[in-house]
Design a protein around this ligand. Structure first.
Ligand code: GAP
Length: 458
């Protein structure tokens, strides 16, 4: 596998310098595990979400979108099992007072050779003691026993702070899809199998620091639940594995940087589960999950709500609770992987280095930058910008030498630079410079819109 230029330090620095991602609440000294998307970053993330929605909702037969409330009736989280079992095994270092996940300590210590998912809390404590796994922060070995903390953020509604008013910030978007199963089915007249998708914020009180936007306490999920008849679930599980993988390679991921990882320990409700892992700078780790959730979720919601969630099959009038194949991917996690995959440093003739984000054009914040060769050509360049911006996200830049302006666009991954020069005044043509090859072609300014439409579609 070819050596890659990307490191997390370089990526964080580039993102900050180029308005992609800033540390959250930075002027107050920051707030752990929170990040703010800047002007370029918000465009990239929106494009990622758009590409996912297009693939899994708009272009998917029988898939429908919802945008459910973040704050849900607390009974939802009792039914889903989150109030009782959504927790991580945490240990505190008594010396430096930092908190760590026991499973992460074991994974890091064994360099991924030991799978803590298969261990009980007692076994994890025994491993940490036997291998003298020290605190990654201060290097001491002085741990509290493992304790479990629920990862859900609690808040309360109303003016009094009584326990019956306790509500939660949703830790996953999936439950908004399950509770709307019959609403969607009835209003769309969908027949099983069909899908419900949602993109939205989720919140988890994660304590493991680091790795940039890999694991944050507030993040966006893109989740798709495929409701199907028991017996067909195995075939759809395989289909969603294929579709999830193809989405990534179509976005430009090298298959060498992706792999499937079957879960050794299944959640009590799951029949099968796997991740697609990506080779981040810190090593292989989860990018998305595909789960066969059986009929667990709808059965539990039927039980806890007292409302029938039976589907009536119009072909034979049979009634059943469908099985669910879930495909879930974090928008921020995918953003990180997209940035890692796109990051490149290229040594040019003459020894100069250029940093370039080699995104799929559909993901880039700007499809093109319009650059007048000299300031005197600004009116012609701005006229092109005025036309193109009605159709595309494009930017205009007249500051600095043309070489520096190309570099700035390379660094944020703009796929095309359109240069207006003195020939433009003569014959109405412009140069279009392609980001990756730096090759230039000359086309009529009138053809730009068609050119970008052809080259930036996902
Ligand atoms: N509904 C299933 C579910 O939520 P999950 O594996 O906990 O499953 C799904 O999360 C995806 O959400 C992960 O594969 C990852 O991409 C993303 N994700 C989970 N926790 C995250 C966090 N703390 N920060 C960023 N992304 C996260």
């Amino acid at each position: 596998m070819a050596e890659r230029a990307v490191t997390m330090e370089k990526l964080v620095a580039l993102c900050k310098a180029r308005g992609i991602i800033f540390p959250g609440s930075e002027i107050y000294g920051g707030m752990g595990n929170t990040w703010d998307y800047g002007p370029v970053g918000v465009e990239i993330k929106n494009n990622i979400k758009r590409a996912w929605w297009k693939r899994f909702v708009q272009e998917s037969e029988n898939s429908y979108g919802v945008d459910a409330a973040i704050l849900m009736n607390s009974r939802v989280w009792e039914a889903s099992g989150h109030t009782t079992s959504f927790s991580d095994p945490k240990m505190d270092c008594k010396k430096c007072k930092t908190r760590h996940r026991a499973d992460n300590l074991i994974e890091a210590h064994s360099k991924g050779k030991v799978n803590p998912d298969l261990m009980s809390d007692a076994e994890m404590e025994a491993y940490i003691a036997e291998h003298h796994v020290c605190c990654p922060n201060c290097g001491n070995f002085d741990w509290t026993p493992i304790r479990t903390f629920n990862l859900m953020f609690e808040t309360s509604r109303g003016v009094t702070d009584e326990s019956q008013n306790k509500i939660y910030l949703r830790p996953e978007t999936a439950q908004g899809e399950f509770v709307n199963f019959l609403n969607v089915q009835r209003t769309t007249r969908a027949k099983v199998p069909f899908g419900i998708a949602q993109i939205g914020k989720a919140f988890r009180n994660e304590i493991t620091p680091g790795n940039f936007i890999f694991r944050t306490i507030e993040f966006e999920q893109m989740e798709h639940q495929w409701f199907c008849k028991e017996g067909t679930d195995g075939e759809y599980y395989e289909e969603y594995k294929r579709r999830a993988f193809a989405f990534l390679t179509d976005l430009g991921f090298s298959p060498e940087h992706l792999r499937f990882h079957d879960h050794d320990k299944l959640a009590h409700y799951a029949k099968a589960a796997c991740d697609i892992q990506y080779l981040y700078p810190m090593g292989w780790s989860e990018l998305n999950g595909i789960h066969n959730r059986t009929d667990y979720d709808l059965t539990r919601h039927q039980q806890y709500s007292g409302k029938s969630l039976l589907y009536v099959d119009p072909t034979d009038n049979s009634r059943y609770i469908p099985y669910v194949i879930e495909y879930s991917i974090g928008a921020d996690r995918l953003m990180l992987a997209v940035l890692c995959e796109a990051y490149d440093e290229e040594t040019l003739e003459g020894g100069e280095t250029r940093n370039v984000l080699r995104f799929h054009p559909a993901i880039a914040a700007y499809k093109a930058a319009i650059l007048p060769l000299q300031k005197s050509l600004a009116p012609q360049a701005r006229a092109i910008w005025e036309t193109l911006k009605k159709q595309f996200s494009v930017t205009y830049d007249e500051a600095g030498s043309i070489g520096k302006r190309y570099r700035r666009q390379d660094e944020i991954g703009t796929p095309y630079c359109i240069t207006v020069d003195f020939d433009t005044l003569e014959n109405g043509t412009v140069t279009v410079r392609e980001r990756d090859s730096m090759a230039q072609i000359r086309i009529s300014a009138d053809a730009l819109s068609g050119y970008l439409a052809d080259h930036c579609v996902f």
